[in-house]
Design a binder for this molecule. Structure first.
Ligand code: HEM
Length: 477
């Protein structure tokens, strides 16, 4: 099933557009649904397929957007992108019983909640009940993603989808993603620029300096490099080719509480004002300044010019001083989630096999004055986290369990002793218990930082499969 010539034009027409290149978006609706009537759904899906946005269309659209910007034309090009994905329950409802060879997908995200470190409680029958939104606990059959340049465009797309499906689906939950306003565009709710670093498939896009190059099969099923966690080729049905597993995670962010934590715990240096110490702590927790400039390249002060320079803002791999945290803590979010050269002695695929493509968007209100004043979250806000990979046990599940939650990761031996760098302070999870992290203070790497609460709280999600257009045509209708 593997091919070395991916992608042909046919593949680009086959792969849904959000998977690698991403649906362009200022706003995005996620319509989580249950299938009410499988036969009616199949008939309706036939009508939706021509409206599903392909990678070939996104490639062209992204070129048009670049040209639009280059020419200094006003406004945004109108876009409405639509994608669809199904949970294992959804596949079963449609009578698709082929084994996709991904146990985490088969079991669903709810079954993983405890092992991922989500908050919840164990009931009297020893069953874990996570503190998730009820809609994710009841489990959904699928999700439609509708992304566009404006709310008007997305509403238009949503009407189209709803008119097509009518009563064959029941909307379980609609999450409304929204890129933040003004200068916060592209920044997640804590204020840090998101969406900078992503793995590259060389045959699709020219890698930027520092980008991790992966074979297509790390991200797309049935293509070269699609292997299981032991590195063996997986046996998937032929229709799985050009599909990808979509992870949705609904994260609430406690922004006033996070800001208060930074305010109360500035890194202390002679001649550095308190606010700058707080700013530095924030940057070291993430591994990037709010502008997106990596602390590894600019450890003491932000550098927005570097942040905006795509030829340099991702061009580092921690290899110059692998046992020193002065420039970047081992536990910083971006280092835990992509340790780059920290894994260079562990084999060629130790890093690349676990890469994933993120296509998230912020949701919820901007901070209200009373929240800032009281340092307490009153309104829901956070990240509608989306990532794609060909194998959940290699991708999201592995990164969350074995990297960001693993206190002994990345593997470092200092003076003959295995070093414990602690949790990823941003997304590492300890079932809600306080977390320790090391290396935040550049002058004293062994000083431990205690994070008293989780500033990011998982409210659930699901694992979906985003089928190719040809699979939708032949298998789903
Ligand atoms: C609310 C939750 C999250 C927030 C606010 C957040 C924020 C960020 C920010 C600001 C960056 C730096 C910009 C960039 O390189 O794109 C980043 C990078 C990254 N994040 Fe997250 N993230 C979140 C959840 C996650 C989760 C759940 C994962 C995976 C388990 C993850 C994996 C990554 C990866 C792989 C990178 C790129 C690292 C690199 O290549 O240098 N993030 N994130």
């Amino acid at each position: 099933m593997s091919t070395t010539t991916w992608p042909t034009q046919q593949d680009l027409n086959d792969l849904q557009g959000d998977v690698i290149l991403g649906l362009p978006k200022r706003t995005e609706d996620f319509i989580f649904f249950n299938i009410q009537d499988a036969n009616a759904f199949k008939t309706d899906l036939k009508q939706l397929i021509p409206a599903i946005t392909t990678t070939a269309q996104i490639k062209k659209l992204r070129d048009d957007i670049s040209e639009h910007k280059r020419c200094g034309r006003p406004g945004l090009i109108k876009t409405v992108g639509i994608n669809i994905a199904f949970s294992n329950l959804g596949l079963k409802k449609l009578g698709i019983t082929d084994e996709l060879d991904d146990p985490a997908f088969d079991a669903g995200q709810l079954a993983s909640a405890q092992a991922l470190g989500d908050q919840g409680f164990v009931d009297s029958s020893n069953k874990f009940d996570p503190n998730w939104l009820p809609e994710f606990k009841s489990e959904t059959d699928g999700v439609v993603l509708i992304a566009g340049d404006s709310r008007t465009s997305v509403v238009e797309g949503a009407h189209k989808v709803e008119n097509i499906f009518g009563a064959s689906i029941r909307k379980v939950l609609v999450v409304k993603g929204q890129v933040r306003p003004g200068p916060e565009k592209g920044h997640e709710h804590f204020g840090f620029l998101d969406g900078i670093s992503s793995p590259a498939i060389e045959t699709l896009t020219k890698p930027l300096p520092g980008q991790i190059v992966v074979p297509p099969g790390v991200l797309i099923c049935g293509t070269e490099g699609d292997v299981d966690s032991a590195g063996n080729a997986v046996t998937r049905p032929a229709w799985a080719k050009n599909g990808s597993f979509l992870v949705y995670r609904h994260f609430n962010q406690l922004v006033p509480e996070f800001n208060k934590f930074l305010e109360d715990n500035p890194l202390e240096f002679p001649n550095i004002p308190r606010e700058q110490g707080s700013e530095l702590l924030g940057a070291r927790l993430f591994g990037r300044w709010k502008s997106g400039a990596p602390v590894y390249l600019t450890p003491t002060h932000d550098n927005p010019k570097l942040a905006a320079d795509k030829q340099h803002n991702n061009d580092f791999d921690y290899s110059e001083d692998p046992l020193d945290q002065t420039r970047c803590p081992f536990a910083a979010h971006i280092r835990k989630a992509n340790p780059r050269a920290d894994l260079k002695d562990f084999g060629a695929t130790a890093l690349t096999q676990h890469m994933l493509v993120r296509q998230s968007i912020a949701f919820g209100a901007e901070l209200a004055a009373d929240e800032i004043e009281s340092h307490t979250t009153r309104l829901d806000r956070g990240l509608a986290f989306v990532c794609y990979q060909s194998n959940l046990s290699n991708g999201f599940e592995f990164v969350q369990k074995s990297w960001v939650n693993a206190t002994n990761f990345p593997p470092k031996t200092i003076n003959g002793v295995a070093y414990n760098s602690g949790f990823d302070p941003i997304i590492g999870q300890n079932s809600g218990a306080p977390r320790q992290t090391d290396g935040m203070n550049p002058l004293n790497a062994n000083a431990e930082t205690t994070l008293p609460i989780d500033f990011i709280v998982s409210k659930g999600g699901q694992y979906y499969f985003t089928p190719s257009i040809s699979a939708l045509n032949t298998k789903f209708t």
